[in-house]
Design a protein around this ligand. Structure first.
Ligand code: FAD
Ligand code: FES
Ligand code: FES
Length: 495
């Protein structure tokens, strides 16, 4: 019989918590409320949409001198992924002298709360914001609240409260966590593989049941690859924004879960020969920061991807692997000519993203194979990239379509055209027939009728839950026309 292991260790307000009897799919929210009685953290939707469950999850900074916090939807995260991290809930904010955090004080004085159900989540999102930005603009405050729904107060008093809190000295806005750094070092797990006497890697589980079901949190890519070779049906867990949904809403209980969030090599971004290698555990927030100047349109698509607590854990690789027909990052990556580095055992191969999908939520990954990195080309002189997301709401909404286009203009004519969409086909894909309408032509000779015909010839005319075919095909064509017309400004600039 396998040895049973079920203690998850994390730091909560200056103490190490040993969560015993943890199941591999217990959510952080359930553990905080039911076992720790931290009932300030609420459950609204249990699907990442309402923000009532937002907490801050902390990890040691690179120098090991302080804690970096990320706003996180505790309803989506599995408890064993907290192992080695720290947690702050709304109860953590009360200071040792009994006073409230400035954000809490300002929420009271600015009348930022009525029924109060959303308030702890809102306070935690704002407290997270002011840890790194003590003077946020109104837009930054709005963005930080895009994953927090308040149905009765209205957002103006909440925004006013944030601005009032930020009038306090920056050190007052910092979370009190002086005791946590040493404790986080105490509970840190090994960062090298462990081998048995035969020289085989032994991945230590965080949780293992009597039946042998496990949650493992490897520290190296070699361990991930080895574990998947031995357990090809194991479920990879990255940011948990899809898996958490499957656990909560479809009652999925995967037998073996491999968490990628502790693998340092997968959390890095490197730059080689004009290409960014974005590790599979890099969050969308980090990608958004990386590409802000290089590809502002792509960064804007990511600003509208879920909300800050979703983006702080969700990964680019997870978005690709999940393969939703309306996945937002893929049209941008397709138009940029991105490639995936896939790994199986000790072998790696590269597959262009445009060859990755084989059908609705189907791809070329073999059993035991995983995405190790996403290879995104950096901007090239003379090349233009455009993208835009159409959705019913600006914030926290699923796409009707994202259109992304890259091209060069040679003698005023389009060349090297790459055009991609989501929402029009069973998986996000390039649109060669539309590319052909642009290629070799100047902006003034591209006709919307030709684009309409190419859309009809390329994609199945199917209505979806989010939008009708008539709407999707019209906005898709209009976006291409807009990008084409705006390219004339580039021609004028270069004349
Ligand atoms: C509230 C909410 C809002 C959302 N908004 C958007 C949105 O605006 N746009 C959008 O496109 N999506 C959205 N999503 C969907 C989701 O957030 C994304 O698909 C996200 O990028 C998934 O990444 P993750 O790291 O959380 O994946 P996880 O949930 O950890 O995993 C997702 C899938 O990918 C697999 N996987 C993960 N990493 C790898 C890997 N390295 N190799 C192979 N397989 C892997 C997992 O096994 C699983 O099947 C939203 C989800 C929620 C809950
Ligand atoms: S409970 Fe609604 S986002 Fe978690
Ligand atoms: S105060 Fe009632 S939902 Fe926000």
């Amino acid at each position: 019989m396998s040895q049973v292991t079920n203690t998850v260790r994390f730091v909560l307000d200056g103490k190490i918590v040993e969560a015993q009897g943890a199941r591999r799919t217990t959510t952080v929210l359930d553990y905080l409320r039911e076992d720790m009685h931290r009932t300030g953290t609420k459950e609204g939707c249990a699907e990442g949409d309402c923000g009532a469950c937002v907490i801050l999850v902390g990890e040691l900074n690179a120098a090991g001198t302080g804690v970096n916090y990320l706003p996180t939807n505790s309803c989506m995260q599995l408890l064993p992924s907290l192992d080695g991290k720290s947690v702050k809930t709304v109860e953590s904010l009360k200071r040792v002298d009994g006073t409230l955090h400035p954000v809490q004080e300002a929420m009271v004085t600015c009348f930022g709360s009525q029924c109060g159900f959303c308030t702890p989540g809102i306070v935690m999102s704002l407290t997270g914001l002011v840890q790194t930005n003590t003077c946020p603009t109104r837009t930054e405050i709005n963005d930080s609240l895009s994953g927090n729904l308040c149905r009765c107060t209205g957002y103006k008093p909440i925004i006013d409260a944030t601005q009032q809190a930020c009038k306090q000295a920056p050190e007052r806005l910092k979370i009190e966590d002086s005791a946590d750094v040493a404790l986080l070092k105490d509970i840190r797990r090994a960062n090298v593989p462990i081998y048995n006497l035969d020289g085989d890697i032994v991945v230590q589980p965080v949780v293992r049941t009597r039946k042998g079901n496990e949650f493992v949190a490897p520290a190296t890519v070699a361990e991930v690859a080895d574990y998947l070779t031995n357990h090809p049906n194991a479920t990879l867990l990255a940011g948990s924004t899809e898996i958490g949904l499957q656990v909560n809403k479809q009652f999925s209980r995967p037998d073996n879960i491999v968490y990628l969030g502790n693998v340092a090599e997968l959390k890095t971004i490197t730059s080689k020969a004009g290409v960014w290698h974005i590790g599979a555990a890099v969050s969308l927030t980090e990608v958004q920061n990386l590409i802000g100047n290089a590809y502002p349109d792509f960064a804007e698509v990511l600003r509208r991807f879920g909300s800050p607590p979703i983006r702080s854990t969700a990964t680019l690789a997870g978005n690709i692997a999940n393969g939703s027909p309306i996945g937002d990052s893929m049209p941008c990556l397709l138009a940029l000519g991105a490639t995936l580095a896939l790994r199986k055992g000790d072998k790696t191969r590269q597959v262009a993203l445009e060859n990755f999908y084989t059908g609705m939520k189907k791809n070329v990954l073999q059993a035991g194979e995983f995405i190790e990195a996403v290879l995104m080309p950096q901007p090239k002189a003379g090349s233009t990239f455009r993208a835009h997301k159409i959705s019913k709401r600006f914030d926290q909404d699923i796409s009707a379509t994202v259109c992304a286009l890259s091209y060069e203009l040679v003698g005023g004519k389009f060349t090297n055209v790459k055009l991609a969409f989501n929402g029009l086909a069973p998986y996000p894909c390039r649109a060669p027939k539309l590319e052909a309408v642009l290629a070799g032509n100047s902006a003034s000779s591209v006709e919307s009728e030709a684009l309409d015909a190419a859309i009809t010839a390329s994609f199945p005319a199917r209505d979806g839950l989010r939008a009708t075919w008539a709407y999707r095909s019209l906005v898709a064509r209009n976006l291409v026309m807009q990008f084409v017309e705006e390219s004339s400004d580039l021609v004028k600039e270069t004349v």
